[in-house]
Design a protein around this ligand. Structure first.
Ligand code: HXC
Length: 514
């Protein structure tokens, strides 16, 4: 018996060496951890349990029958993160470049199926040369099996993709189907066709980093939600991201003790908004001040910065925050920001995460580029997302809420549960100057000093209409609250509506304007 145990230990140790010492060194030289090291760091210490360690490929072409490596290029299993069960796969670049074979795909599918059955998140660590070239269509079939499972798991369990090496060709579609993509700068990239093909087809010369690096996707394409300097930093933030998410769409909402007083008043908020309505301020400052322990995890921080999205806790309850950013494009909604926020709102709604919306929006961004780009359709996505969401929704209008954007930003009319406004809020069809120019066009034209007249009527319009009280009188705003009380009022609101039950009419699925 001892002999058998000894032999088994040797086999396991051999399997753990993946593609061998030299390839592990090569991985380290590039500043990358190995597949197993990544999982060890990701999971709570000592909790990772590997499955299918001894699975091998079944390919007999191109001399492959001579090369078998236990595990076949992907490490799969389960473990705990912050004490909660998660399932994970980690592609092993040291074995056939982490390429996806039929057996390797079967391993990934096995843990995905288990995760959905038990209701636990799925984490995929991508570091792969793509389809196992020697296997041909068997590998493509494997990808499709994974894609199908990504789609079925969407909205059932959180799915998170870490891109920590190459991810190219159709392989990019598995991460693209998941909820969040995290990338490492300089060592990871995602593209459908690499720099060489691009050069041949379009004669453009680009590096892999420019075409599909972490910075490109986190700032320009919007494909990535986060970009980090190295593997360890990414993994640390992945663990943090998970701490805000439930295990599945069946898991009850959890409140944890954060030690931050829910009644904490924030006097500095009373002077956050400048007197001049044209002057911007930093909405992130507001968010960081109101959430528990100033701990706000922003998602897509470098992309479509005119809207802010991210997770925080308020009164211990995990919440999704959506907020216009007056510092960028005056906080206008455009194509990119609408799509960014819509996807986030839909994620929160899938997983019962209450949505807190801070509004300061002068409207949709005007312009030929926006109209030709389909702002009508893309803006409708955000409207659709807020309107269909049945999670608790609390909205605070901080300053401007103009026109259609007022409706879109989680207004009362889109089933907002508690809609508050600060006393200085301006809720109107448009800004006072634009409104005065239209309503008083004749008076301004006929005046001796048209500019002075415009100033006068603008001031009169602002005094009468650019305030929250008309909306409050109609019940569209539930209360006008003091800036300093924002944290307390939102937390009390969350507690009040925690038991909310609301469902949409039965349908096969909706028809979001794509
Ligand atoms: C089999 C592969 C492989 C692959 C890499 N390897 N990619 N084996 N299938 N797709 C092997 C290499 O032969 C090598 O084996 C080892 O992995 C490491 O690769 P290197 O080339 O030495 O590494 P590096 O220089 O870092 O280059 C990494 C790379 C390059 C850029 C990813 O390997 C590469 O271009 N690979 C091919 C990529 C590709 O065209 N894949 C198919 C894409 S299409 P040894 O034994 O020498 O260590 C696709 C379609 C998916 O994926 C469709 C889904 C629907």
């Amino acid at each position: 018996m001892l002999e058998i145990i000894d032999k088994f230990d040797q086999l396991r140790a051999q399997a753990r060496m993946g593609g061998g010492e030299e390839r592990i060194h090569a991985q380290h030289r590039r500043g990358k951890l190995t597949a197993r090291e990544r999982l060890e760091v990701l999971m709570d210490q000592g909790t990772f349990e590997e499955l299918d360690t001894f699975v091998e490929h079944n390919c007999a072409d191109f001399g492959m029958q001579e090369t078998h490596v236990a595990g076949d290029g992907v490490v799969t299993g389960f473990g705990l993160i912050h004490g909660r069960r998660v399932f994970a796969f980690s592609q092993d670049f040291t074995v056939f470049g982490g390429s996806l074979s039929e057996s390797n795909a079967r391993k990934i599918c096995k843990i995905m199926d288990m995760a959905v059955k038990v209701g636990s998140p799925i984490i995929g660590i991508n570091d792969s040369g793509g389809a196992r070239i020697q296997e041909g269509v068997a590998s493509l079939a494997g990808y499709a099996e994974v894609f199908q499972r990504n789609v079925m798991a969407s909205g059932v369990v959180p799915q998170i993709s870490a891109i920590m090496g190459p991810c190219a060709g159709g392989a990019v579609y598995s991460p693209a189907l998941t909820d969040f993509i995290l990338m490492v700068k300089d060592t990871s990239y995602m593209f459908l066709t690499g720099p060489d093909v691009v050069k041949t087809v379009t004669h453009e010369e680009v590096t892999a980093e420019q075409l599909g690096g972490a910075v490109t996707h986190a700032t320009r394409s919007g494909v990535a939600d986060f970009a980090f300097d190295n593997d360890l930093n990414l993994i640390r933030h992945l663990r943090k991201l998970l701490s805000f998410l439930p295990s599945s769409n069946r898991a009850p909402r959890e409140c944890i003790a954060t030690g931050d007083d829910p009644k904490r008043q924030i006097l500095s908020l009373d002077t956050l908004v400048p007197d001049d309505p044209q002057r911007p301020y930093d909405m992130k400052e507001l968010i960081e001040k109101v959430v528990d322990n100033h701990d706000f995890m922003e998602v897509q921080a470098g992309y479509a910065k005119n809207i802010i999205i991210g997770f925080a806790r308020m009164g211990g309850q995990s919440v999704g925050i959506v907020a216009n950013q007056p510092l960028v494009l005056a906080g206008c909604l455009d194509i990119a920001s609408s799509v960014k926020a819509a996807r986030f709102v839909r994620f929160c709604d899938c997983f019962h995460i209450p949505i807190i919306t801070f509004v300061d929006v002068p409207g949709f961004l005007p312009g030929l580029q926006q109209e030709l780009g389909g702002i009508i359709k893309h803006g409708a996505k955000l409207l659709f997302a807020f309107a269909e969401a049945t999670v608790p929704k609390i909205t605070v209008i901080i300053r401007k809420a103009y026109g259609g954007a007022y409706d879109v930003m989680s207004s009362k009319h889109l089933r907002g549960d508690l809609n508050y406004a600060w006393p200085n809020a301006e809720i109107a069809v448009m800004g006072p100057k634009g409104a005065a120019e239209i309503i008083f066009r004749n008076e301004i034209r006929k005046a001796d000093d048209p500019e002075a007249k415009l100033k006068e009527v603008t001031a009169a319009y602002a005094a009468n209409f650019a305030n929250p009280f008309i909306a409050a009188r109609k019940g569209f705003i539930d209360d006008v609250i003091m800036p300093r009380d924002t944290r307390f009022r939102v937390i009390r609101g969350l507690q009040t509506i925690a038991g909310k039950q609301l469902s949409n009419p039965w349908k096969k699925h909706d028809n979001l304007p794509l």
